[in-house]
Design a protein around this ligand. Sequence first.
Ligand code: MN
Length: 225
Amino acid sequence: MTTYAFHPHTLPTVPVEGSEAVFPVRRILCVGRNYAAHRREMGGDERDPPFFFAKPADAVTTGAEIPYPPATSDLHHEIELVVALKAGGANLSPERAIACVYGYAVGVDLTRRDLQGAAKAKGQPWEAGKAFDASAPISAIRVMDAPAPEAAVTLSVNGTERQRGQIGDMIWNVGEIIAKASALWTLAAGDLIFTGTPEGVAAIVRGDRVVGEVEGVGRLEFTVV
Ligand code: MN
């Protein structure tokens, strides 16, 4: 039996809709620029394919209140479909990749846009901009087949719609995302993948009420405090 130097931290988990069981999070991968209209608003080149970055597993939060993070004055919302894996592997075909899916959730990829912009300008890594505490608010996971291509992906702040897209707008679909990720990392049960955001990303401030929804998947609500 392992003797730990100190008590190990609690495993991050996400509730599973209609179940007592919770989903134990192993890793969080995120896809950047997976919607053409968002790639344009971020100044991306039309020929640049989407890419991956990561957040720590303990960035997930299901809290009704999300603390405004330190060291930023430009916190942005990015509404995203999240894929939860029950299996994994390396070099998966898109068909085998889809069979690894446990369910789907609604997530917001919170971003300290000012820090991300500074990192981009200097060619530095993105962790300070993307991988901070509580940067991955998420809904309960719904065990289901993939949402329909026409399913709406929306986010509103204080009742005003800011983002709207649909699942079929994604440049890489869910099977392709998992397959491409598995060519870079060995995936496993417990992995979450944030699949990218449609256009309309913008700043939120303390007191804002954020409601994100992926049609057929769920709804995520939180207040920034
Ligand atoms: Mn994102």
